[in-house]
Design a protein around this ligand. Structure first.
Ligand code: 0PR
Length: 357
């Protein structure tokens, strides 16, 4: 440990989609710090653990099949989303490819569109911040390679109507991608369709380093058909393996080991308990904001947005709270596993003190 830097404290972090890793993930990660799952011929154990990670992810997302060839652990949601767009582009018949995504889609899709030189068509949301089906239907055409749905949106934690979007995608010959980077580990405990079993989706992003309680970096890309990974493969002339589907070459063995440890430890009971606790906290906080007269966006997943005036927001920040705002300026609080009821009480007491002064 560098003596000048204290480790990150999560005490006042209310803005992040990352959280304190599970202790088992931390221990496992440390044991594999110097390994590279990108070189399976040399680092066999971590490569086997990555296969295990992908199989565990298949279980979480209710994949009809399970196998090591159905995905890989990415550096995060950005890489997984980029790869979903890239696979769709590579598999498209040709022409000027476009991608249709709701306005709520994470900015990583803008990066993907810029890097891959495809057109990104964003479609408006309905009044509950979910992708508008009619708008999505109007936006697709014969050049649409991919339709994106979000399962747990970054700002309001909304789940798009995945089966409807999937039908729109497949009717026009496009592929369907679900971004469950953040929501993937709480959604199994909510009654809303988002998995491979709920709709014939083609690819999904689900990040162990967010609600999966793994260590950073551990994102996840899961595919319905292994041919999707083939469409991403690049030949690797001097490695023992002959092709690589990943973006980066050397990858984090720590991330892989941490993800396996967290999922083996927590699936399904630990994740269920955490999901329920986070949801109760979010609903409690939303009610507390409403009691104080603030307008609240109902937390369908554990994210609360409330219209707190800017000067109060700034003072809360000065008081040390790590808080973020939505595009529309609302205070946005992500009730991650490290956010306890006591933390929220302390936050509200600061809010009340500032609001009264
Ligand atoms: N998809 C969704 C739905 C996401 O919320 C995010 C990250 C990603 C993909 C990208 O994942 P990686 O960052 O692992 O590549 N969401 C943002 C983040 O945690 C949300 C955010 C940004 C939250 C800034 C707070 C904040 O201050 O980076």
């Amino acid at each position: 440990m560098n003596g000048q830097h204290a480790p990150q404290s999560f005490d006042r972090v209310l803005s992040s989609m990352c959280t304190e890793p599970h202790p088992a993930a931390r221990t496992a990660a440390e044991r594999f710090l110097a390994t590279n799952p990108g070189d399976p011929a040399t680092y066999g154990t971590i490569a086997e653990l990555e296969s295990r990670a992908v199989e565990l992810l298949c279980t979480v997302v209710d994949h009809p099949r399970s196998g090591p060839d159905l995905g890989y652990l990415t550096s995060g949601g950005t890489e997984a989303n980029l790869q979903a767009v890239r696979a769709a582009r590579n598999l498209a018949a040709g022409g000027d490819v476009n991608v249709v995504a709701p306005e709520s889609a994470h900015f990583s899709f803008r990066k993907a569109a810029a890097i891959l030189d495809v057109e990104l068509r964003t479609v408006p949301l309905d009044r509950d911040h979910r992708a508008d089906i009619e708008a999505a239907s109007a936006a697709v055409d014969e050049n649409t390679a991919l339709v994106v749905g979000v399962a747990g949106s970054t700002e309001y934690g909304r789940v798009d109507p995945i089966p409807d979007l999937c039908a729109i995608a497949h009717e026009t010959g496009a592929r369907m991608h679900v971004d469950a980077a953040w929501g993937g580990f709480v959604l199994p405990f909510h009654d809303v369709p988002w998995t491979f079993a709920d709709a014939p989706i083609d690819t999904m992003t689900i990040d162990p380093h967010k609600l999966g309680r793994a260590v950073v970096p551990a994102g996840g890309l899961v595919v319905r058909d292994p041919a999707t990974l083939d469409a991403l493969a690049i030949e690797t002339p001097y490695l023992e393996t002959h092709a690589q589907a990943t973006v980066t070459g050397t990858r984090s063995g720590a991330g892989v080991a941490g993800a396996v440890a967290a999922m083996e430890e927590l699936w399904p009971d630990g994740y269920r308990e955490t999901a329920q606790r986070c949801q109760r906290n979010a609903e409690w906080l939303a009610a507390a904001f409403a009691d104080r007269g603030y307008t609240v966006v109902d937390p369908s997943l554990p994210i609360v947005a409330a219209s707190i005036p800017t000067p109060i927001f700034e003072e809360l920040r000065s008081a040390g709270w790590k808080i973020a705002r939505t595009d529309r300026g609302e205070l946005r609080i992500v009730c991650m596993p490290h956010v306890t009821r006591d933390t929220l009480r302390a936050f509200l007491s600061d809010l009340d003190r500032i609001a009264e002064s």
